[in-house]
Design a binder for this molecule. Structure first.
Ligand SMILES: [Zn+2]
Length: 231
């Protein structure tokens, strides 16, 4: 485009640009939730496969492991297991997309009217030695009891026959956990930087990934059963 030095043309262009910006601002104001919606209309369980798109999460190049791919596979497997038990399950992402912040992930659980929100991750560290089960909660009153149930389910399912440790629970100021209004946790079942665990995770038989999914599904089902028993 040819550059203009005509003052009037520049002024008209500036007014047009301001008008477009105002119109866009009005649209955003009218739709404060932006694009956040519940993919299944409603859901009892919302799984959040960590990372995605431009954010790969942790990577173990030697074993060809990428956290964003593993979290999606594990969340899909856990969702399938719970659907077989009759639960309605939604995922915050079901493809390799970028979600810029964590808060909208928790907001998906809110608009789904979910009973629980589980963000699925895999742990990583520079040193290859650490490997333990970790469950993180955001707000103690709503999350901590659910976190204890999830941690116990993960440890029971994943520790036998391995050196996997159990570090217990910890708190994390994560936008997803803080935004979700229901019991919410972020699970880090194993370390993808630990060589023994990386070999299990990368095994084409998929057994470890399925085992992690089963542990997550078992924890969620146990939580719902306990909630029904006490209500
Ligand atoms: Zn992660």
């Amino acid at each position: 485009m040819r550059q203009t030095t005509d003052g009037r043309t520049v002024t008209i262009a500036a007014i047009a640009a301001v008008a477009v910006l105002l119109a866009l601002g009005l649209l955003v104001a009218l739709h404060p939730r932006g694009r956040v919606s519940c993919p299944t209309g409603s859901a009892a369980v919302v799984f959040d496969p960590g990372h995605g798109g431009e954010d790969p999460g942790a990577i173990n190049e030697a074993y060809g492991l990428v956290e964003k791919e593993l979290t999606l596979e594990i969340a899909r497997r856990a969702a399938d297991l719970l659907r077989q038990e009759g639960y309605l399950v939604a995922l915050t992402r079901n493809d390799d997309r970028t979600i810029a912040a964590n808060s909208p992930r928790g907001e998906v659980a809110n608009v789904c009217g979910a009973g629980v929100y589980v963000s699925v991750h895999l742990n990583a560290f520079g040193d290859p030695d650490p490997n333990y089960v970790l469950t993180l909660w955001g707000i103690e009153e709503k999350d901590r009891a659910f976190a204890a149930t999830m941690q116990a389910a993960l440890a029971t399912e994943l520790r036998p026959g391995t050196d996997l440790g159990d570090s217990g629970l910890d708190q994390l100021e994560n936008g997803g956990l803080l935004t979700a209004r229901m019991p919410a946790v972020l699970v880090e079942p194993v370390f993808l930087t630990n060589p023994a665990e990386a070999a299990r995770l990368g095994n084409p038989d998929g057994r470890r990934r399925e085992q992690i999914a089963r542990a997550i599904a078992a924890g969620v089902a146990k939580w719902f059963r306990a909630s029904e028993a006490t209500s």
